[in-house]
Design a protein around this ligand. Structure first.
Ligand SMILES: NC(=O)C1=CN([C@@H]2O[C@H](COP(=O)(O)OP(=O)(O)OC[C@H]3O[C@@H](n4cnc5c(N)ncnc54)[C@H](O)[C@@H]3O)[C@@H](O)[C@H]2O)C=CC1
Ligand SMILES: O=C(CO)COP(=O)(O)O
Length: 324
């Protein structure tokens, strides 16, 4: 919302589901709970309550919930939104209650195709820690959608002095990159927490990108998307940047915390924790090998101790490794 309010002439409303938080943000021009110390642009209006009227009148709606809230938001938006709708969440939805055994979680665009197929929809992704975007530090992102009006609306709304937006029609590749990098950031956090060294971290990033690309290709993505901002770019940022909540989960697990303790102490969502099993499950269904993801799942499930996860990766049969 801050980035969209910066280019002159855009009327931007930030809608919050908590009326108390909306009132506090409107009064102080600061989000003291999630982005303390960063002023919100004075032109930004904050609202709560009846959002349907806002959504009906908007030229663009951006949904900034975690994956867990996306389905409900899209269901609610489908009958009212006439303008493009984009989401920011990065992950796979957890399998729905009552899904058939082996039913896997979905990417955001797959959720949208299920519950709001008529929506003009897209995703905004790429290396973009919220704190830096809100401080107007230079950031480059990707607006991905098969619908040109959605890509154009996102570029028009956000492209400005501190944000550069690249359009891409490969939303499968953009979403796979955004979802799997969170799982890989848990792995690099663990690697750094265990002080395994910079060589090991570079290996995880590179081999992680290879397994992400394999999954993406099997799901219909284009290979070059994984070399772009939403693939390599966001993976490097999240795997190495200490602002990442997913990386912090890995660091906390390495320090001996349980998963429950790590998640509790974050106070924010770490989507990799909820996506890892689905990433591994979908890869298995497709016959794709994702050894780093499998090691993270073993760790999150409590089947592997940190040192065992490392040993599992290092002990793989060399014949099982593929160039990409
Ligand atoms: N924080 C960041 O730097 C970036 C985050 N993202 C993605 O944006 C999404 C949201 O992340 P953050 O805002 O950073 O997480 P956060 O944990 O800081 O905040 C999540 C917010 O969503 C609300 N929420 C929780 N469950 C909800 C539900 N079922 N329905 C509606 N709202 C719900 C929470 O009350 C909270 O206000 C995630 O998918 C994340 O991967 C993407 C790019 C950067
Ligand atoms: O996606 C992000 C930056 O692009 C944020 O990553 P985390 O959710 O790990 O903090």
């Amino acid at each position: 919302a801050s980035a969209a309010a910066h280019p002159a002439g855009h009327a931007v409303t930030l809608w919050a589901r908590s009326p108390e938080q909306a009132a506090q943000m409107q009064a102080c021009h600061e989000n003291t709970r999630y982005l303390p110390g960063i002023p919100l642009p004075s032109a930004l209006r904050v609202a709560s309550g009846d959002w349907a009227a806002l959504a009906r009148a908007a030229d663009l709606v951006i949904v900034a919930t975690p994956m867990a809230g996306l389905r409900g938001m899209l269901q609610a938006l489908a009958p009212v939104a006439r303008a493009p709708v984009a989401w920011l969440c990065k992950g796979f939805e957890q399998p729905q209650p009552g899904a058939a055994a082996g039913g896997a979680g979905l990417l955001a665009h797959e959720v949208c195709e299920q519950v709001a197929p008529g929506l003009l929809a897209g995703v905004l992704s790429g290396p973009s820690f919220a704190q830096e975007v809100a401080r107007a530090q230079p950031t480059a992102m990707v607006a991905a959608s098969p619908h040109a009006p959605v890509r154009d609306a996102l570029v028009r709304a956000l492209h400005g002095p501190s944000v550069r937006v690249y359009a891409n029609d490969d939303w499968v590749g953009v979403e796979v990159g955004g979802a799997v990098k969170n799982v890989l950031a848990i792995a690099t956090g663990l690697c750094d927490g265990l002080q395994l060294g910079l060589n090991a971290r570079a290996a995880l990033v590179t081999r992680g990108l290879a397994e992400t690309t394999r999954l993406g290709l099997a799901l219909g993505a284009r290979a070059e998307t994984f070399m772009g901002l939403s693939g390599l770019g966001d993976l490097v940022l999240t795997a190495t940047g200490d602002l990442s909540r997913n990386r912090r989960v890995g660091l906390l697990l390495a320090s001996g915390q349980t998963l429950a303790q790590a998640v509790e102490s974050l106070g924010h969502v770490a989507e990799g924790v909820y996506s890892a099993r689905t990433v591994a499950g979908r890869a298995r269904q497709l016959g794709i090998e994702m050894p780093i993801t499998e090691a993270v799942v073993g760790l999150l499930d409590g089947r592997l101790a940190p040192a065992e996860a490392v040993a599992q990766l290092m002990g793989r049969d060399p014949a099982a490794d593929r160039p990409v």
